[in-house]
Design a protein around this ligand. Sequence first.
Ligand code: PLP
Length: 431
Amino acid sequence: MSEETASRVCLSQRAHWAAEQAISFLMAQGVENRDVISLAAGLVDEQTLPVALCRDLLNELLSDDRTARGALQYGTTPGAEALRSEVLKHLARLEGGIVDDLGVAADQVVLSTGSQQLLTSLADVLLDPGDICLVSAPTYFVFLGVLNGVGARTVAIPSDDQGMRIDLLADELERIAARGELNRVKLIYVVSDFENPSGISLSAARRQQVVDLAKRWSTEQRIFVLEDAAYRELRYEGEPLPSVWSFDQDRDTVILAQTFSKSFSPGVRVGFGVLPRELVAPVCNRKGNEDFGSAHLNQQLLNLALKSGRYQQHVQQVCQGYRSKRDAFLAALATEFRDLPEVHWVHPKGGLYVWMTLPDAVATGFNSTLFQSAVKEHKVMFVPGELGYPSTRNEDVVCRNQMRLSFGVQPVDGLQEGARRLAAAVRQQLR
Ligand SMILES: Cc1ncc(COP(=O)(O)O)c(C=O)c1O
């Protein structure tokens, strides 16, 4: 072997597909610019983290030797039986019914390391390179990276203030069928509640329609709807909407992904999926190769929190905290941008994000003058909206004049100062 050949690292195609993820760049920007107020970070508010509660729960778990040994041992690939049953009760509460009405058993619940692992596993077991996933646009940019990572073709369906445009989804499916590519469509991905990044929820009518469309076009093979309900429990006003999953009476089309990261703690990192029966074994086989079970201690901790009702109390406090931060941030934006009527933003009823739209000509991407001057000169950072659009296709759908602003991490004074700095940076571009 020559020295040159021996030193060459030959990575897999998948490693190339997974390269250059925006999330890593954003994290690095945050670290390199410590004096910047970050409205970019999508982390939860440190003050909401259940420190005392977790201390108590861990004490309880570890105070009895037998229970402690059980919790500190490996669990199983689909996750702790006790928590999977508790998750069904939790889901029944969210759906406003009882477990018997759900139409699924605990063995259709798979616990994962955050919902991210479930999303990744699903992409892996459903999508071959070249297969198609339809996504609302804009959407959760980390999942777009996951889709790139398996070589999928991602097709953007524009959304409006009711979420994904179902008429455009229907048109797209029609076009795909006409091209003879229906057999490549495997997945429709929607973030149903207070979407990351847009803050918008899919309307109840459209929830039914997306399920109907998926079933109607499942002529060559099943087209699944992946409902990512990561922000479902962070609701600050209005009545909860029935999940997309609840409209799938046969329980064979919608995959529901949820997480306890936002409502409880991302450090505990427990998520779950409620899967159509046929997907349970493939997802568990994949997970078996990866970790043969997520952190068992964390699952036991959450089980105790849910069972004792302390989780539910905690979520109420979390929502109160975020509600007042959202209100403070929206008020600050209204004040700071009052002389810039050409700038608009969504008033989210939940979640962690405010989605802002600037005039068409003002680009917000990493290389734009606005992003550069915001970070370097005005010391404020946001997530460029274009990250929420698939990069390789549907170029006409991509909006380059939007940004995602998070009110999750900053305290109220940071949000107010952040809004002031952002307005100054935008004003500089507009005037
Ligand atoms: C829409 C959405 N889905 C899923 C996740 C993954 O969260 P976790 O893996 O912590 O459950 C996030 C995290 O930010 C998200 O915003």
